[in-house]
Structure formats: structure tokens, C-alpha cells
Ligand binder design. Sequence first.
Ligand code: MN
Length: 739
Amino acid sequence: MAAPYDIVHTWEEPDGLLELLDMIREQRPDANLRKIRYAYFVAENAHSGQMRGSGEPYITHPLAVAHILAELRMDDDSLCAAMLHDTVEDCKGISIESLTADFGEEVAMLVEGVTKLRFKAPDGNSERQKKVAETDRAAESLRKMLLAMAKDVRVMVIKLADRLHNMRTLDGHKEVSKRIRISQETLDIYAPLAARLGIWQVKWQLEDLAFKYLHPKEFQEIQALVSKTRAHREEELREAIIIVKDKLIERGVKVVEVQGRPKHLYSIFNKIVIHGFKFEEILDLIAMRIVVKDKADCYVALGVVNEIWPPLMQHFADYIARPKPNGYQSLHIKVIGPHGEPLEIQIRTKEMHDIAEMGVAAHYAYKEGASAVDGRFSNLRQQLFDWSSDYRTSSDFLRNLSTDLFSEQVFVFTPKGDVLDLPKDSTPIDFAFRVHTNLGLRVVGGKVNGQIVPLNHKLKNGDVVEVITRSNASPSFDWLQFVVSPSAKSKLRSHFRTRLRDENEAHGKDLLERELKSHSMEPKEFLGDKLLAVLGQIKDTKSIEDVFAKVGEGLISAQSVVDKMRPPTQKTQDGPSLSKSRESGVMSVIGGLDKISMRRAKCCDPIPGEDVVGFVTRGRGIMIHRHACANALAYEQTDKERLIPMEWQPDGSGGVFRVNLKIVTLERQGLLADVTNMIAEARANIVAINVKPLRNSTFEWELSVEVRDLEHLNFVMNKVANLSDVFSILRVHGRTGSK
Ligand code: MN
């Protein structure tokens, strides 16, 4: 299927477009001019009716931006994106989707990237609020730019071209304050970024334009001074160029060109304002540049220059052997020129020259493709995020901003070149969780810039990070101590919660199985429907697994769960145990002394329903006595102040109390069974029984029984008393069997 731009559209092409297409055709015969032409067509339609501040049709702006990029010899997609860069935001009917359909993913991605680099004006009313908002906004925009730039540096180059044209047409803004704000931002952020990318041509233009609006008076003064001395200096330079050129040719150096290079105005202003020079003292207003065929010629040319003019040795730098991080290469030397004035000379090849002028853009011109640029600029990537040491290309503002920004964040790369911003002090684990939760859960090791590092290694700006995973790996608890990103922390915590739950479930199931077996109950039979049937009786459980987890965690006992599933017959069989006491207290104190240790006094064994009194002992809590107890009566006389009023507080918990009984009976076969059955029928437990023969074929029984209260006790005693052959039944106090 033909792309939309392959269909020939005939319309009157404006001169600006024809000029641009001619220029591109000359640079790159294989350029896709139809696509660029169609991008213009779409943009012109989209912007039709819109005007710039200057009153010109809006389309003149994207066309000019494309022109700047063509001068930097950027590729077709960048030029198309330049044409379309303001359409998505400003025009109806254009979307990232429609651009993808018409121009492909690359163009759409570039337009989207440039669109996202738009920033809202700061809000807030007071000056202080405005200032804070402005700094926040700048930090945020810097962060966005760095991320966009790291992803595809073309986005940033387009943005710089956009800004350059906006600066050239800044007069269109009627508001002076707006012009100053935009100029300041250009000087603070855009020019240093252009420098960082090595696009010198754009950098100095941005600086000079911002200078013009920020310091109009100084700008004019310097401009006048430079032009006044220009004729003289140009004559001097022409002379020097002829001398050098002849000598180079004589030595067989393949010279591409020798040219003069005017210093730009903002750098002169800086020398005067920052370094305190007088204009007359700035002698090297013009510099010389020698461009030769290849690298070897550069060094021959250096030798030639040194023969002609005495060098100032402290001003020599070999950026060919040691290129700058942004890829810049050249030999720099300063000599005493023909008229005794210092002359700065740069020596480089044509390719080095293009890189010097166009920076990263040059690599697109040289058609190295994205991967070659990536390889070449791995160093640049590190530098992009490491501004702290850089004083040459950062404005103070940008340096302070990036100090703020990078004190809280760290920017790292995936092996594929995607950039991630993580909180400061992030580790390979934070990185892994950011990429994907599953990656985080399977991490066993980390690699930074190809080197194995410990998992708690702190990542630095520009690091290329890789993680080593194993499918059966599982996070360790101590990771929580050094992981810093909130999302990694919460993912780890939820993982541990789940894992703990799994462990609790397994443990709880095991406990229940053992408890069931101890009652000869088959776990398979009971840990299914039968457990489900009693779920309603177990608090906060909705499933069998919930019960397992609760038991495993120790919140409920396996015994209590099994009890609920046991058939009633089994329960009563176990009930009147002769050894187990289920005594529990259900009394409370009037007067606020609750929850202190309280015990029933052995001398009178009080039970609910009987009047009681508390005696505060020394160190053994409160002893509860019957009101009528002989000991309690004695305390009334001796220690009245230690007696406190008490009252039974039935709590419905089914607590029972042990009392001692003494029965006298005749000797009779089966009487023991009659007595025990009668007590069981009365729903009381026998906890101890001792029968001893007396004289005259009578027997004395000592019984310990658990009852709920006085009423229950009376009921039990009446039942037993009514049995035939029972002579008497009495309640006794003190230990059973003791005298
Ligand atoms: Mn624009």
C-alpha cells in the first residue's frame, strides 16, 4: 500500500518549502522529499488560520524549525517531526495515532516527545510562591528533558531548534516580562543543554539572542565595539591565513579550509562582566580554524603552526587523543600571532568539525543510525546525568537545579538503553521491581556497567544496570532494609505477607491433623465439608484456608476447632473427667479493682450465689471468702481495712467451680454407678471420688464436683440425697480427704 505521501499532491508550494527541499536534496540525494513535503502539507492544513505573535501565518514557524534542523543535517524523520511538532497540541484532527498512520512510528514518537516537553507556566500569587513554582517547574522540565534526551536525542535537538526559532522571533511577544522570562530560561537551560550535546552552532546563537533581550544596553555596546575594530582584525587575520595556508600546502597537508572564527558576543560580555576584563584587553576576538583531510594531517598542521608562531604552551589541548564526553575532537593551541597578539587556533578534520558544530546531530548526518550513536555516546549518557562536576557547559542555575534534582533521584539505563529515574540510593532490586514485579521477585544478583555487584549496591547516575534472575528464587527479608523505592517496598511486603500466609496455612493444617489423629478422627474426613459446616462458629473465617492460617498463626487452638467437629456422644464421655479441673473465675470487684489476680479461698470454697468478700493478701492477690466464713469473720476484727466488697458477675462463659461433698451410704451393689449417673444427669462433673468403708456396713464418700453456682449445687445435692441407700450429703470445705 502506498504511504499517503507517495500520492502526488499538487498545490502551490511556497518558496520557503522549495528552498528547504533544494537544500536537503543537495545534502542527501536519497532523502525522502515526498514525505517531508507531505509533512509540510499536513502541518499547513492543520495550522491554517493560526497566526504567530508577529502576525505571520503559523506554518512559517515549523518550516523554519525544519530549516534549522536541515542545516544540522538531521534525518528525514526529524525534519517531518519538526514540521508537525506543534500540531498535536494546537490543532484539531491531528493525534499521535493519525501521525503514526501517516508518517510511521518514529515520526509520531518524536512529535510526542517534543509535545511532552511543553511546560505549564508557574502559578501562585506571591513573588515567593512564583519563585518556588518557577524552580519546581524548571527542575521538572530538566528532568523531562533529560529523560527525553536519553531516550532519543533527536527529540532534544528538535526542541532546541524550536527554541532557537522562537528566540529569533521573540520580538513577536509584546510583553517585555515574557520576553525576559523566555530569554532567562534559554540562557539557564537550553544553551547549556545545547553545549552538552555539542551543538555549538545552536548554543552560541541561543546565548547571543538571550543576551540581547536580557541586557539590551550592554549587547549594543559590545556589538558596536566589535564592529568598530572588525575591519582591522579581519585584515590581520586574512594575512595570517595566507601565511598558514601556503606553508601547509608546501608540506603536503590536504587542506579543506582555513577560516576566521568570530567570537560571539555573549562570551565577550562574560569576559568583561565575570572575569573583569576591559574590552581593549580582550585581544583574541578572532580565532583561526584549520580544517584538514585526515587525523594525521591535524598533527602535521600543528607542527607547521608551531614553526610559524611561538606557541603559548599552557594553552595547548589535544581533544583528538582525548575527546570530550560529547564527542568533540580538535587540537587547541594559542600562539603569538603576526602582530604580537595571542591567536587561538583550532585544528580538526571535516568530520570533527561537523561534530563540533552540530554535536550529536552530526551523527545522524553521518548516517550511523541510532545504534552507532548509542555506542558512541555511552559516555555522553553518563555525562547527561552527572552535572555536578561540570562547570564549562552548565549555567549556575542549571547546576544548582541539577544538584537539587540529583540529590533525590538517580537516572540509570536498562541494557536496551531505556532510562529509568529512581529515588536516590536505589539498588539493583529497586531497579528490577521498577522494570517488572516478577523480575524483582526473581533477582539473585545485579550487574552495573558489566560488573557483578552486591544486591545492596547503590546505583549512580548513568549506570547501565542488569539483573540476574533465577526462576525459583525468592526475596529475602533483609532486602527491606536497603530497598528505597516505595513501590519495591510495598511489593516486597505484600509478597512476604502472602508467603507468611502460605507458611501459616501449612503449619495450621499440620496441627489440626495431629489433633484429629489424637482423637482417632480421620483428617481427610474432617478437614473438608465437616470443617466448612462449623466455619460460622469460628471468628473471622470464610474458608478452610482461613482456619488453617489462624491455627498456624496461633490465633486459635487446633483443639478448639476439633472440639467443634466432635460428635456430642464423644463429648459427654470425656466430660466427667476424674482428673481435669475446668475451674474458672467469673467474679468481679466493685470499686474498680478489676483484673487483679483473684482466688477462691480453700477454707470456704465460695461459689456464685453466695455472699462473698475479698481479702487483700500480701503478694498473692485477692482471696475471695464466703461472707459467713470463719476466717472472713476473723478478718473483720483484725484487718478490716484489707477487706473489700465483692460481687459475682456472671459472664455467661460457662465457668464452673469445684466444691467438696461428703456422702454417707449403705453398702450396696451398683450404688457407685447410681451416684455418678445421677450427678452426670444433673450436668455436673465429678473431678475426684474417694470411697472408704466405715463401721456397720456403711461407707463415707468424699466427692469433688464442679458446679456452676449455688443453685446448681443445691440441685445436685437434692438429686443425690433422694437416691435410696444414701443417708446424708454434706458440703465440706478444705482439701478432700483431709481432716
Ligand atoms: Mn514550536
